[in-house]
Design a protein around this ligand. Structure first.
Ligand SMILES: NC(=O)c1ccc[n+]([C@@H]2O[C@H](COP(=O)([O-])OP(=O)(O)OC[C@H]3O[C@@H](n4cnc5c(N)ncnc54)[C@H](O)[C@@H]3O)[C@@H](O)[C@H]2O)c1
Length: 266
């Protein structure tokens, strides 16, 4: 039984990492999936993998921080599949280009991170909402982070964006509740992706994290933070998304769920 059969999902930042995993899990549950990313090659590769499993997928080059690009994404989705039921706002960045080489956060990192991590979620939600409202069915999942739950002396701009995602999720849930549209957020932590590689390279070189390389620094931090002593996989996040967009979660909205091996408890 494929619970999402006939549903159409857009996943942003789906060329790699967590977004790729979410796209695969949604397709596994029967959805047709649009993989949107700045990196078209990675999105195409993910779409081809999904099609080999017998599901429909479309790769679209999109800059989620640009309203016109987002409008094109939704137009192409509706052209190909007829409607849009699910939006997963996953695309995110750590900072502006060059952040890896910097000891401290720069003003450009604040600007870039708020553009992509927060404002883009608003742009994508605004673009899909009319389609969901017309059918009175829709599910939006915003990807936040354990960084939005806890402070850190490093990269305050990133933490602030992820806390903003939690607040925005609650506001959007209130706005869309009258149309029976659910909006929730997920906070991942310790998922080994290209972003995690860069973060732990930075933490080892500049933040005093132990380890001979980024992977060792990641493992050491995971063991310190996660009571379950297990890293989170992109599929762990994807399965949580599948639950939140399923009818089993029909009465859950405005919530933020931590999927992180127990790193954050509240
Ligand atoms: N990896 C982790 O441990 C972790 C933990 C907590 C939260 N997150 C969050 O999960 C999400 C995915 O993280 P990841 O680790 O897979 O990152 P990643 O860097 O590996 O992948 C992010 C993807 O987003 C795309 N992207 C970036 N800017 C874009 C833009 N303007 N338009 C379209 N696409 C864009 C990138 O091209 C890339 O494919 C992010 O929001 C991140 O903040 C990750």
């Amino acid at each position: 039984m494929a619970p999402l059969l006939g549903r159409v999902a857009i996943v942003t930042g789906a060329a790699q990492g967590i977004g790729r995993g979410i796209a695969h899990c949604l397709a596994g549950d029967g959805a047709d999936v649009v993989l949107a990313d700045l990196a078209l090659d990675g999105a195409r590769e993910g779409a081809e993998q999904i099609e080999r499993l017998g599901r429909s997928a479309l790769a679209v080059r999109c800059d989620v921080s640009d309203a016109q690009s987002v409008a094109d994404l939704v137009r192409r989705t509706v052209e190909r599949f007829g409607h849009v039921d699910i939006l997963v706002n996953n695309a995110g960045i750590k900072g502006a280009p060059g952040w890896l080489d910097e000891e401290r956060t720069r003003p450009v990192d604040w600007d870039a991170a708020f553009q992509v991590n927060v404002k883009a979620q608003f742009l994508c939600a605004e673009a899909v909402a009319p389609h969901m409202i017309a059918r009175r069915w829709g599910k939006i999942v915003n990807i936040s982070s354990s960084s939005g739950r806890e402070p850190s002396p490093f990269h305050p701009h990133y933490h602030a964006t992820k806390a903003a995602v939690i607040s925005y999720t609650q506001c959007l849930a209130l706005q869309l509740a009258p149309y029976d549209i659910n909006v929730n957020a997920i906070c991942p932590a310790m998922v080994w992706t290209p972003m995690a590689y860069e973060t732990h390279r930075w933490r080892r070189e500049r933040g005093g994290e132990p380890g001979d390389d980024a992977r060792e620094a990641f493992d050491a931090r995971m063991r310190r933070r996660c009571p379950l002593q297990r890293e989170t996989t992109p599929e762990d996040i994807g399965w949580a998304v599948c639950f939140l967009v399923s009818e089993r979660a029909r009465n859950i909205t405005g919530q933020t769920i931590d999927v992180d091996g127990g790193a954050v408890m509240r």
